[in-house]
Design a protein around this ligand. Structure first.
Ligand code: MN
Length: 255
């Protein structure tokens, strides 16, 4: 009998054996044929990098659980274009559950979101899941599976594929809100130190100091205890600054 269950590809940026991806894999198992292709080691904050200057090694941990020693985008790329990983093109791609939120400006740094974005660029509906460290992952994964089931059942939009960024609050959710990307303000910290050999090195990247609790944003919703669902655009052209590009190019209409 042919297996006509939906194909669900899962990746993440915390590593194929992380607790968050394990919980998601288990929760979505009833929805289809679930295949994990995820990084061998943690790749948080690698954004949408792909590895083109060294070989990518593959480990099959068990049937339908693969790791690649690359980035989340590498994993999705390989899963889609190397036939051994999936029986056919996936119906949806899920990324996460990330160990930590991906709110506001984090959408630019997140490997979790990039894994989902790599699929959306290829026309496959994709959803990224993130939750604060220390949440009840089994509970969050059940909520994530309900959203994944809805995405599977949804009529695909005209044009580019959907890319949804989902963030869960720390405790049980009070509800769910559709939001826009907010701003997160980080400490912008640089710590210079010396290694035991006397050579200087730096630690960069501060904590979030302000979530910019602006109405309607992802950070506000999660801060108030709601699940946040944000539709992210694949369109990179800014209409806001087109006039400046026209000016820089020297193409202003003569006044
Ligand atoms: Mn991560």
């Amino acid at each position: 009998m042919p297996d006509d269950r939906p194909i669900i590809l899962i990746t993440n940026d915390d590593g194929a054996l992380a607790a968050g991806i394990g919980a998601l894999r288990k929760a979505v198992a009833p929805l289809g044929h679930v295949i994990v292709v995820a990084p061998t080691r943690e790749q948080s904050a690698t954004s949408h990098a792909i590895t083109i200057d060294r070989p990518l090694r593959h480990i099959e941990h068990e049937p339908d659980l693969h790791s690649i020693d690359g980035t989340p985008a590498d994993c999705v790329y390989l899963a889609l274009f190397e036939p051994r990983f999936l029986p056919r093109r996936p119906d949806i791609v899920l990324s996460g559950i990330n160990h930590g939120p991906n709110l506001g400006t984090s959408v630019f740094y997140s490997g979790t979101i990039a894994g989902a974005r790599e699929a959306a660029i290829r026309g496959i509906p994709a959803m990224a899941f993130s939750a604060p460290v220390g949440v009840d992952l089994a509970r969050v994964a059940d909520d994530a599976a309900r959203l994944a089931a809805r995405l599977l059942m949804s009529e695909p939009p005209i044009g580019s594929a959907a890319l949804l960024n989902v963030n869960f609050p720390a405790g049980p959710a009070r509800g769910i809100r559709v939001t826009r990307v907010g701003r997160q303000i980080y400490e912008e910290s640089v710590i210079p130190r010396r290694d035991p050999g006397g050579r200087e090195y730096f630690w960069i990247g501060g904590r979030v100091t302000e979530t910019g609790d602006v109405e309607g944003t992802d950070a506000e919703a999660v801060g108030q205890g709601y699940v946040s669902v944000t539709a992210l655009a694949l369109e990179a052209t800014s209409p806001e600054h087109r006039h400046l590009a026209v000016h820089i190019a020297g193409l202003d209409p003569i006044a």
